[in-house]
Design a protein around this ligand. Structure first.
Ligand SMILES: [Ca+2]
Ligand SMILES: [Ca+2]
Length: 302
């Protein structure tokens, strides 16, 4: 949980600043102002390294105790456990660097000695010959350390409570941030699913278009062919209509000729008829003339 560790250190920086500011502002005593944060020790790593809640690993400032396997290691570690294990520790944090290259908080560690004073554990270990001074360039000057720091008991629990409240708030914020992160991840997953669906739809439409455009081209080609056929048919129709017109004209001419012929024939027939009628009339008249003569002759004989 890298983010949790970063937050924890951010929390520490802010808390240390806030508590330093409030301690300076309250200024219960000049010495109490040295205490930046209060923590609870839950593990002693060795003579100069401890773990405490809520600040995490602490490198005890400007002293060295023997490493594992070296003479004095066990004694130094046992002495540190005797001072701080399970105890509330009062930390003067290095305001120059705050933590070291291993992200350990650099601090002078105090424990409650009595109602009015804290014990400087760093100096106690040096004085007992369990640690040596190793004066790093930082806030602290081991030459000025006194074994006891005047910090009346009632002054510090408030700082501790502030730290605990602040830590609780940071934890709640962290939980909320983790919730928000989970929600954001869920939203991202939803968005990815929507994107995938959109891509699939796009692919489907593309496939459809790739299939249908050639099909549409085929249909267009067929339509063009049909149109060409229609144009040809129209030309043929026009030609046929022309021929039909000529045929009609020829028919009209033939009819006119026929009519003229018929008229001629009728004239001849009529002429022939009138000649015959005249001959008949002549005959009749001739007959009538002879009949009348005979009649008159007969009348005269009586
Ligand atoms: Ca400090
Ligand atoms: Ca120093």
């Amino acid at each position: 949980m890298v983010s949790r560790r970063i937050l924890l250190f951010s929390f520490f920086h802010l808390t240390a600043l806030a508590l330093t500011a409030s301690a300076l502002f309250m200024a219960p005593t000049a010495e109490a102002a040295k205490i930046d944060v209060v923590a609870e020790t839950y593990h002693v790593v060795d003579g100069d390294t401890i773990d405490a809640f809520p600040v995490g690993r602490i490198r005890v400032a400007d002293i060295d105790t023997p490493e594992s396997g070296q003479a004095g290691y066990a004694e130094a570690k046992a002495a540190m456990r005797g001072y701080v294990e399970g105890e509330r520790v009062y930390l003067d944090v290095d305001e120059v660097d705050v933590d070291d290259n291993y992200q350990r908080l650099v601090a002078v560690v105090y424990v409650r000695h009595n109602a009015t004073h804290l014990l400087n554990v760093n100096k106690a270990l040096v004085d007992a010959g369990l640690a040596v001074v190793d004066d790093f360039p930082n806030e602290f000057d081991p030459g000025t350390w006194s074994l006891y720091l005047r910090v009346p008991g009632p002054d510090l629990p408030t700082l501790w409570d502030d730290a605990r409240i602040a830590y609780t708030q940071v934890s709640a914020d962290l939980t909320a941030a983790e919730g928000a992160l989970a929600a954001a991840q869920a939203s991202l997953a939803d968005a990815e699913a929507e994107r995938d669906a959109a891509l699939a739809e796009l692919e489907r439409v593309s496939a459809f278009l790739n299939g249908s455009v050639p099909a549409a081209a085929d249909v267009l080609e067929e339509l063009n062919a049909t149109l060409a056929e229609l144009e040809t048919s129209e030309l043929e129709l026009a030609a046929t209509q022309g021929q039909l017109g000529e045929a009609q004209a020829a028919l009209g001419a033939a009819e006119a000729e026929q009519a003229a012929e018929r008229e001629t024939l009728q004239g001849e027939v009529a002429g022939a008829n009138s000649s015959a009628t005249l001959a008949l009339l002549g005959g009749l008249l001739a007959a009538a003339g002879s009949g009348a003569g005979a009649f008159f002759v007969g009348r005269r004989r009586r």
